[in-house]
Ligand binder design. Structure first.
Ligand code: UDP
Length: 195
């Protein structure tokens, strides 16, 4: 996968279709994977946050979530072909889960929002495999309850909506021990879906 560097942050040149193919490959390969939906705010936050920078450097994939990054590529004489946003990726994963059986968990946002987002996805993609939702928070006291819920529902993919960098740091910190295969930080996606 070709990529560009924006102030030290890697952004991969992938379309939505390619992203889905790469996700299928990650799930088949095993291990724990992380995808970041990078926007210009991520790049700014990474400048003075070492842990966030390390997390972004270690992702399996960092998709361009925003036209600002497409412009940044052009200023460098390079190209990012497509914008791949958290909400578009979430909808596409819901659609794919209906046929591929990928089990998805929605973590984060305010109380009731992830459940509402799941209901919206369920209505749009009737056979989608949303196996659980939980609000919680990225703070330590909430981790036992989150872990219990994720272990109970056994998702392969966890979409995390705590905003950046908290969501991405959470995936890096807890993804492996929870036995998930893929964590994706999706920002305000659940709020957008819930309306
Ligand atoms: N959020 C949360 N717990 C927190 C902080 C934020 O669940 O401790 C949620 C918030 O409710 C929202 C999401 O994180 O649903 C991120 O929203 P925002 O629009 O700030 O993220 P962005 O898309 O800008 O990364």
């Amino acid at each position: 996968v070709a990529s560009i560097d924006v102030l030290g942050v890697r952004v991969d040149d992938v379309t939505m279709d390619e992203t889905i193919d790469l996700i299928a490959a990650m799930l088949a390969a095993g291990g724990v994977h992380q995808i970041a939906t990078v926007n210009p705010e991520f790049v700014m936050a990474a400048q003075n946050n070492v842990a966030f920078r390390a997390t972004l450097a270690a992702t399996s994939l960092s998709v361009p979530d925003g036209t600002g990054l497409l412009h940044a590529a052009r200023w460098q004489g390079k190209q990012l072909r497509a914008k791949v946003t958290g909400i578009d990726l979430t909808e596409r994963l819901a659609a794919e889960s209906a046929t591929r059986g990928w089990k998805i968990f929605l973590l984060g946002a305010a109380d009731g929002v992830a459940a509402k987002a799941a209901a919206v996805l369920q209505a749009r993609y009737p056979h989608c495999q949303i196996v659980g939702t939980w609000a919680g928070s990225p703070r330590e006291p909430d981790q036992a309850a989150i872990a219990a819920e994720i272990r109970r529902t056994q998702p392969e993919i966890v979409l995390v909506a705590y905003g950046a960098p908290a969501q991405d740091l959470w995936i890096r910190r807890y993804g492996a021990e929870l036995g998930i295969k893929l964590g994706i930080g999706v920002g305000g996606t659940f709020d957008d879906l819930a309306g």
